[in-house]
Design a binder for this molecule. Structure first.
Ligand code: PMP
Length: 367
């Protein structure tokens, strides 16, 4: 029997096999165009249909209200760290950032180039209390920003911050986009890069309430200008055509699987399997993240009693790789192990990892 492989990468991440098979055909010839999907003009009828269908499936999956617009942008989520202030800061010149890890901190740093940024850093070892997630009571901020899932630290916010009426909330959902239902109406804007749950790098999906368009800072470059992109239906310049197509295909797959409600059910099931092993390992496996903030999509943990042991972690990653369990090394800034359980990771993939973790525990604990 040939060896099975499971790919737990934090991104670019696994794409469902069914989608990959369809893409193989599209690479040789897209529909009846006689050309590859890679060669398709962004002004063609076929690409216009791809964009429209992609928007349609996003609207359906997240039940996006009619007063929200959708933009397909380039520059990754990092591009949005600049685009958000450049488009949304003009009301007061101030913005509030709730930070929980690497990505929200990077976003706050970038925004501070364009205006006055206030930052509150949450303690991830503490529970996500309602009041804790309401750090800015009285704010002149043009918006309040947070990241719903910190990919490096494995921290997922289960609540939406409570902010004063009229202050829009902006959220980076790059790593848990479409892994759970979202009440879009609670947000001014949400966004995410494609390469984790919804495709391959290139396209960043922005969903923004229409009244927030129309007042970019004068210095906002055209390529990051939401108002300009909206007027031009995301084809102001050449967009990431292939990546947009992949996004549409992946989201249609999500829809066929039962939508974001089903993705959430699976994410809970998959992550619980690993967290229960961590919790029952007598501290051989450990995580500092408070149980109420544990990510369902990036399970981050240390291996070895006393909060982690680099030699044991290297052994864990190496032996896992020999078993066909790929890309489990934690982010270089935090070390340890990270198992990313995005939508394309099956329960079977997760069970294989769980089995490996149990065996590794037996063979190495107090050894
Ligand atoms: N935000 C989050 C939550 C991320 O996980 C990442 C990438 N890992 C980024 C932003 C940056 O994304 P990009 O590399 O597409 O700029």
């Amino acid at each position: 029997m040939s060896q099975q492989f499971s790919y737990f990468s934090p991104g670019p991440a696994k794409i469902p096999d069914e989608v990959l098979s369809g893409l193989q055909e599209d690479l040789l010839q897209y529909k009846d165009t006689h050309i590859s999907i890679l060669e398709l003009s962004h002004r063609s009828k076929e690409f216009t249909n791809i964009l429209e269908d992609c928007e349609k499936v996003v609207r359906k999956l997240l039940k996006v209200p009619d007063n929200y617009r959708m933009l397909f942008m380039q520059g990754g989520a990092t591009g949005q760290f600049a685009a958000v202030p450049l488009n949304l800061l003009s009301r007061t010149g101030k913005a509030d950032y709730i930070t929980t890890g690497t990505w929200s901190e990077k976003a706050a740093k970038e925004a501070s180039k364009f205006g006055e940024v206030r930052q509150v850093k949450l303690d991830n070892t503490e529970p996500c209390k309602g009041e804790e997630f309401n750090p800015f009571n009285d704010t002149e901020a043009s918006y309040v920003y947070y990241c719903s899932n910190e990919t490096v630290h494995g921290v997922e916010m289960q609540a939406i911050p409570k902010v004063p009426d009229g202050v829009p909330i902006v959220c980076d959902m790059s790593s848990n986009f479409f892994t759970r239902p979202v009440d879009v109406a609670k947000f001014g804007m949400i966004y995410g890069g494609a390469q984790k749950n919804i495709g391959t790098p290139g396209t960043t999906l922005v969903i923004i309430r229409e009244d927030l368009l129309g007042s970019p800072l004068p210095s906002c470059p055209a390529i990051l200008d939401y108002t300009l992109l909206d007027k031009n239906k995301s084809v102001y310049n050449t967009p990431a055509t292939f990546s947009t197509h992949v996004m549409k295909e992946v989201l249609e797959w999500v829809s066929r699987q039962g939508g974001v409600e089903e993705m959430e059910r699976r994410c809970i099931q998959k992550s619980s399997l690993l967290y229960s092993i961590i919790d029952q390992s007598n501290s051989f496996y450990s995580t500092q993240v408070h149980p109420t903030k544990r990510s369902r999509v990036n399970v981050v943990f240390r291996v070895g009693t006393g909060g982690g042991n680099e030699a044991k972690e290297k052994k864990f990653v190496d032996e896992a790789m020999q078993q066909g369990l790929l890309s489990l090394k934690g982010h270089r800034s935090v070390g340890g192990i990270r198992a990313s359980l995005y939508n394309a990771i099956t329960l079977d993939d997760t069970r294989r990892l769980a089995h490996f973790m149990n065996t590794f525990l037996k063979e190495n604990h107090s050894a």
